[in-house]
Design a protein around this ligand. Structure first.
Ligand SMILES: Nc1ncnc2c1ncn2[C@@H]1O[C@H](COP(=O)(O)OP(=O)(O)O)[C@@H](O)[C@H]1O
Ligand SMILES: [Mg+2]
Length: 377
């Protein structure tokens, strides 16, 4: 009976470079949705930022070959009412024809499945806050801070959680005095990693082995952002990832490992998406019991320090000497059938169906708790 079911707005696609991955993530989430309790309401955001109604069967029919992964461009144009509605349901999706609203579809909660800028960074989360819609995952501040590599490391360092040394460079600093900016990086030694502050998928990232190669890497990163980071590179370290699930009292999955086998020598865009043999995911990671515990603990500490909620994939480096450094937290991690986040959760005994239900329940309970807060004297 539809009346008893909760309708979940699943929002995917988006304007970032991770558009296709987002579609595949949404496909897996919708396939895993418990249809006894939930009804999906699908919206795809196209590359220009337009919202289009999508069909469940169409999404399910996509197969993961690069040409095939597209939104249904015939889907009706829709938008979400950006303010609380008078209905008993949380949100309202409006279908637009010309300048007329031709359909109103209420829903109960939203599941943003958008990777990268304009989706994972607090922008869409802000829209849900304005509309008083419960939504899966991190809130505005945690989304913005986890997306920004500078803010993330500042918050972690303040909380006593180890991060690698970095220098922050703004475009204006660099244009004013490139020489002294490059000099500032001396303390880091080589190799260094040069990265745009707000990106994902390793876009704009270079591994740099010498001072001469720095300007080119800086120019490349500045194509993606006005603020970039230059980080001390860790050699011979292992890349470990942990899935964290929960609100105030989160749990950590068994850790997994990314074993990079690509000539780029790091988990580059090509190693992630182009070369099928570029990297191997090892689930669970081959760690001692003690290493496993240490990694889980630091992942939870990082999640809590950032004020994350719902989910987060915490990526870290484990050095040969046993030191742990947090690299990043993905607030909306890849969520395809073969992605690390759901795989690690599954290896910890929680099926994809249970995971999606728990994430929605976490969104609803967080919303209720926040709605009970005082907003005036
Ligand atoms: N400080 C570092 N030391 C060693 N390798 C690094 C370092 N920073 C990044 N890398 C490599 O570059 C990859 C991409 O960097 P990351 O910061 O995770 O960017 P993205 O957000 O695009 O995933 C990492 O997965 C890792 O392989
Ligand atoms: Mg990464």
């Amino acid at each position: 009976m539809t009346a008893d079911k909760q309708t979940i707005l699943v929002l995917f696609g988006g304007r970032s470079a991770e558009h296709e991955i987002s579609i595949l993530s949404a496909q897996f989430i919708v396939a895993s949705l418990d249809r006894e309790r939930f009804e999906p309401l699908l919206v795809g955001i196209d590359r220009e930022g337009r919202w289009r109604r999508q069909d469940v069967n169409y999404l399910a029919s996509l197969t993961p070959s690069a040409q095939n992964i597209k939104l249904d461009e015939e889907g009706a144009l829709v938008m979400m009412a950006p303010m609380p509605t008078s209905s008993s349901r949380a949100g309202l999706l409006l279908t637009i024809e010309g300048d007329r609203v031709v359909q109103r579809e209420p829903f109960d909660a939203a599941f943003p499945v958008l990777h990268g800028p304009m989706g994972e960074d607090g922008t869409v989360q802000g829209l849900f806050e304005l509309a008083s819609v419960p939504y899966v995952g991190c809130g505005v501040a945690a989304s913005a801070a986890t997306m920004d590599k500078v803010l993330l490391k500042q918050v972690l360092a303040q909380s006593g959680i180890p991060v690698v040394l970095q220098q922050v460079l703004s475009r204006s600093d660099y244009e004013r005095d490139a020489g002294s900016c490059i000099d500032r990086c001396k303390v880091l030694g080589f190799p260094v990693y040069v990265k745009p502050a707000n990106m994902g998928s390793s876009l704009g990232i270079s591994k740099v082995d010498s001072r001469d190669a720095l300007p080119r890497a800086i120019d490349k990163a500045l194509k993606y952002d006005d603020k970039i980071v230059i980080e001390q590179g860790l050699s011979n370290s292992r890349e470990i990832e942990v899935s964290v699930l929960g609100n105030e009292d989160p749990i950590a999955s068994v850790p997994g490992e990314i074993c990079v086998e690509h000539a780029d020598g790091f988990y580059s865009y090509a190693a992630k998406y182009i070369d099928a043999d570029g990297a191997r995911l090892e689930v669970p990671a081959n760690l001692s019991e003690q290493q496993m515990q240490a990694v889980k603990e630091v992942a939870i500490d990082a999640f809590v320090a950032l004020g994350c909620s719902g989910m987060g994939r915490v990526d870290l480096f484990l050095t040969a000497g046993g030191d742990i450094f947090i690299n990043e937290i993905n607030a909306i991690p890849g969520f395809t059938a073969i992605s690390m986040y759901p795989q690690l959760i599954a290896a910890s005994g929680i099926t994809a169906g249970e995971l999606v239900t728990q994430l929605i329940d976490l969104a609803l309970s967080r919303h209720l708790r926040r709605a009970a807060l005082k907003t005036r004297r």
